[in-house]
Design a protein around this ligand. Structure first.
Ligand code: 3YP
Ligand code: ZN
Length: 371
């Protein structure tokens, strides 16, 4: 198995500002903090663990590239792309669109490199340079909508990669699986009426965006049935995640038979994350990865691309990422050193209310067909 890997040092220079979660504002009581919750050091630490552990020696480096405006505007409006480009030339940068997603000077170049890197990894997997791949891009993308960024996201990397695969790589049916703990509202909206892209989001029930990602959001028009939300109850651990993977993600992809599987891979369901309340360990991310690998093997010649989204524990995200990429590559180089702390916590077994939610969602798979 050859696994592609992509990181660029400039992703670690994405400036999320001096606020802690919201931009610093003494009037409102928002104190500045050394590290914004989405400071890129968490992802830089994941990259460094991949290097120091020796996993990097089992991976094939794929070169990043900058997405063109034409590639960005397959998903985004020219107005959004132009505004980000102009505001990122301002001395203090700007905001992706919702007022809580600040970016520093030069962010356009970084975000366009992230979107282009999602394309580059997708090309490498589709043309057979590698069997599967992980692009550790920053900033994240899965909340971004055609006309605006939001939730720390500027451009919707996974949607841009999907549109590129369809427009330029001869791929028709694509499954996008989003296991970031927050709802993948961007891809849901962008592909809502498109039955050629199955979107499946596994997230914490009504975490972010507010009241988004309900079971009843199923796509529109010709795309009805081709969006599946799995809003897991707060407190779900490895057992609940594994059950959701086996009961919904695997069977939904089997019914759809995608030619390419893209994953919006957030590590914020992890048990130590400050922005959610789930209990997932490296074991849960391994079972998610195994599920999408098996699905890609069944219908897509194994073609599987994982793109980094959120994940905010500088302590634990590196180990979750390491285990995920080890699984992609079929090697094991280093044990999860935090598993003795988080693996034995109560709550990892599948709970009845978690099973009930997953079983309810599983009924929706009956409406998924190979279009
Ligand atoms: C944005 C503001 C509060 C929650 C936060 C979510 C960012 C994220 O990781 N999205 O996937
Ligand atoms: Zn997230």
């Amino acid at each position: 198995m050859t696994t592609g890997y992509l990181w660029d040092e400039i992703f670690g220079w994405h400036d999320t500002g001096s606020g802690a979660l919201f931009p610093a504002d003494p009037t409102a009581g928002h104190q500045p903090l050394g590290h914004h919750v989405a400071h890129p050091d968490t992802k830089r630490r994941m990259h460094e663990l991949i290097c120091v552990s020796g996993l990097i020696d089992h991976l094939t480096r794929i070169q990043p590239r900058t997405a063109t405006e034409a590639e960005l505007t397959r998903v985004h409006t020219a107005e959004h792309v132009g505004r980000i480009r102009r505001d990122s030339e301002l001395p203090k940068g700007g905001d992706a669109g919702d007022g809580i997603s600040p970016f520093g000077k030069g962010a356009y170049r970084i975000a366009a490199l992230g979107a282009g890197s999602a394309i580059a990894m997708t090309e490498a997997v589709v043309d057979g340079t590698v069997d599967n791949g992980y692009a550790l891009v920053n900033p994240a993308g899965h909340h971004a909508l055609p006309e605006t960024g939001m939730g720390f996201c500027i451009f919707n990397n996974v949607a841009i990669a999907a549109r590129h695969a369809q427009a330029a790589l001869g791929i028709e049916r694509i499954a996008i699986v989003d296991w970031d703990v927050h709802h993948g509202n961007g891809a849901q909206a962008i592909f809502a009426d498109d039955p050629s892209v199955l979107t499946v989001s596994l997230h914490q029930d009504r975490c972010f965006p507010p009241n988004s990602g309900l079971v009843t959001e199923r796509g529109t028009g010709a795309g009805h049935g081709y969006n599946i939300n799995i809003p897991m109850p707060v407190g779900t651990g490895d057992g609940g995640y594994q059950y959701a993977a086996e009961t919904v993600i695997g069977p939904a992809l089997e019914a759809f038979a995608p030619e390419l599987v893209l994953v919006a891979s957030g590590f914020d369901p992890n048990a130590m994350d400050p922005l959610a309340r789930q209990l997932v360990t490296s074991r849960g991310f391994i079972s998610l990865t195994e599920t999408v690998m098996a699905a890609a093997d069944r219908s897509a010649h194994g073609r599987l691309v994982l793109l980094q989204e959120g994940g905010y524990s500088p302590v634990y995200v590196p180990f979750c990422g390491l285990a995920t990429i080890e699984t992609l590559a079929g090697v094991h180089v280093l044990d999860d050193a935090i598993l003795p702390v988080v693996g034995g916590m109560g709550g990892h077994d599948l709970e009845p209310h978690q099973k009930a939610l997953v079983d309810q969602v599983a009924e929706l798979i009956a409406d998924v067909h190979r279009p």
